[in-house]
Unconditional design. Structure first.
Length: 109
């Protein structure tokens, strides 16, 4: 019986001149896209800290990526909150519009 590969496939990416074997169930092209994004963030961090070593640059890049992630999460939460408020207003409006014809009909008898 052949072993199953539940851990995913091995994709090798290069970041800052170093090759990293990544085992992932994600599509290889997507993993390469993620690595390219990290490479870009590493280059930006290196510009901000030209004398920094690779670890310091990696930490700066990670902080920048975390900041983007948190901001996107917060924007998503704000959008969800606006959507929820809009649904509640719609519900209240439906109630008000639905109640108005009944009130007029009751008042006309």
């Amino acid at each position: 019986m052949a072993p199953t590969n539940d851990e995913g496939r091995l994709v090798t990416v290069e970041i800052s001149g170093l090759r990293y074997p990544i085992r992932s169930q994600l599509d290889a092209a997507y993993v390469a896209e993620l690595a390219a994004y990290v490479e870009q963030k590493m280059q930006l961090a290196a510009r901000e800290s030209p004398a920094g070593d690779t670890l310091k640059i990696a930490v700066l890049a990670a902080l920048n990526i975390a900041d983007e992630c948190f901001r996107a999460r917060d924007e998503g939460a704000q959008r969800a909150g606006v959507g929820e408020r809009a649904r509640e207003l719609e519900r209240l409006l439906d109630l008000a519009l639905g109640a108005e014809p009944l009130a007029r009909a009751a008042g006309s008898h």
